[in-house]
Design a protein around this ligand. Structure first.
Ligand SMILES: *Cc1c(COP(=O)(O)O)cnc(C)c1O
Length: 482
């Protein structure tokens, strides 16, 4: 607009001068002095760059300078706020990996806070006054939940798979069906983790069918284990087949080769009553003869991020003693949360006290009642600017469990006058707190199965705020500034 004049550059204040100004120091209260100086320098450099490029008139430059303390305040506020923003999960996917998987039960949260705040007897035997075992807190509960078995927990299930492969099959062959060489969520691929563990992949059968005889023929003195992997995020349908776990287990026993099941989203509670009939519990998998079962603690179990190994004490012991276990070990906060979670299952209270299990099991009529209340509330507040109606929806367990089985649910189909579905979805996503919905058939759907108790208010507030900030088309500009 104007030629880069020395006049404009002269108008730029000195950094020191800016830093002495009270409103700049106030704006930078969340930053150490040297960091604030750096932020001020950056802001001025940005202005200088734009001025030199001729993109600012003198008046614009003065306006930007006047706004500098406010700009700094926003920059600094952005740096001090957590980017782990709490969100409302109205997607209908309960174990949503991108949204942090299982919300922790309140009791587990309290245990985490308590453990985090001070010293705890993490590896200290209080009775003897000497070093104790970090693993014992969870192992003693595992022995009660899975009689005759041992339990060991590491950072996540991917770590559990790595640890077991390395412990039981380094330099040896792992027999696995071609239909189970899966990729789970981008970075976890069975063949890759296998090669990193030092185990040798011995794939058998075909993508859709693998027979017991395929496994049998591949057994040799080089075999370290037979691995069965839950195909998690996909299903092969049609002409398919694989031996039962009982058959595989018998084969393994006969050949003295451990049979390991990576169950991914292992559940301790039956899933048939929520319409998911092909997911046996971890206990049932052990009863079918698996020597080891591996699963995530933050999927259907509903606890913190961790990976759990349960099974034959001798095998679990070897995994525990592997030096890799030290690199994959849990911290005190995770142990605290997982301990509480397992204790609820021991108390027979998993279905009631673990949010993921509660959400999964909430009768669809109850979800519908919550949806209808919400619609009524919206009508009261937003009048005819918002259209909302309760529609049938299918929620998903998520986390790889039952990828093709929908759980009957209810959603609110939403529209706001003056906004397209994509615009409405975005406004809700950018709300405070963000509300994550999905678009189906041109409508924004907010599925209520994953919306936590007390969050309905947030949903109503977010939707009515978006409606208030939007004027119907034809009424002047389509939107006011947000
Ligand atoms: C989810 C999953 C994993 C990875 O578990 P994380 O806890 O995410 O590390 C491994 N195997 C299967 C079958 C899974 O479903």
């Amino acid at each position: 607009m104007t030629k880069p004049g020395s006049e404009i550059l002269r108008a730029l204040p000195k950094i020191d001068e800016l830093l002495r100004r009270e409103e700049v120091r106030d704006a930078g209260a969340g930053l150490a002095a040297d960091r604030l100086a750096e932020a001020v320098r950056e802001a001025v450099a940005d202005l200088r760059g734009e001025a030199l490029a001729g993109r600012l008139t003198g008046a614009q430059l003065r306006a930007r300078l006047a706004r500098l303390p406010e700009d700094l305040r926003l920059r600094v506020a952005g740096l001090s706020r957590s980017t782990l923003r709490p969100v409302v999960n109205a997607t209908g996917v309960l174990v949503h990996t991108n949204l942090g998987r299982a919300p922790l039960p309140e009791g587990a949260v309290e245990r985490v806070v308590e453990a985090a705040r001070g010293y705890v007897a993490l590896e200290y035997d209080l009775a003897l006054g000497e070093r104790g075992s970090r693993g014992e807190h969870l192992a003693r509960l595992g022995a009660l939940l899975f009689p005759g078995c041992s339990l060991h927990a590491v950072n996540n299930n991917a770590a559990a798979v790595l640890l077991v492969l390395n412990t039981l099959a380094e330099g040896r062959e792992v027999i696995i069906s071609r239909g189970e060489l899966v990729e789970i969520g981008g970075s976890f691929r069975i063949p890759d983790i296998m090669s990193r563990s030092g185990a040798i992949l011995r794939e058998v059968g075909t993508t859709n069918r693998t027979r017991l005889s395929d496994y049998q023929r591949s057994l040799s003195p080089a075999t370290g284990m037979i691995l069965r992997v839950h195909p998690s995020n996909y299903r092969i349908v049609g002409f398919t087949g694989s031996p039962s776990l009982e058959e595989l287990a018998a084969l393994g026993r006969g050949a003295n080769v451990p049979v390991v099941v990576d169950q991914g989203s292992g559940s301790l509670l039956e899933m048939a009553s929520v319409g998911i009939s092909d997911e046996p519990t971890v206990g049932e998998i052990l009863e079918s003869g698996a020597d080891l079962v591996l699963f995530s603690a933050d999927k259907m179990l509903g606890g913190p991020q961790a990976g759990i190994l349960v099974g034959r004490p001798e095998l679990v012991g070897r995994c525990h003693d592997n030096p890799l276990s030290r690199a994959l070990r849990l911290d005190k906060m995770t142990i605290a949360a997982l301990e509480w979670t397992l204790q609820r299952y021991l108390a027979g209270r998993g279905a009631e006290d673990i949010p993921i299990q509660r959400m999964l099991r909430e009768p669809v009529e109850a979800v519908g009642r919550r949806a209808r209340r919400l619609v009524k509330e919206l009508r009261k507040i937003s009048g005819d600017r918002v259209t909302a109606e309760v529609v049938p929806s299918e929620a998903m367990a998520g986390g790889g469990a039952a990828p093709v089985t929908g759980i009957p649910s209810r959603a609110i189909a939403l529209a706001v006058k003056g906004l397209t579905a994509a615009q409405l979805e975005e406004r809700l996503r950018l709300a405070e707190p963000p509300v994550i919905t999905r678009i189906a058939e041109g409508r924004v759907l907010a599925d209520l199965r994953g919306v936590q108790p007390g969050e309905e208010k947030i949903l109503v507030a977010a939707i009515s705020a978006v409606a208030r900030q939007t004027r119907p088309a034809g009424d002047g500009p389509v939107e006011e500034s947000l």
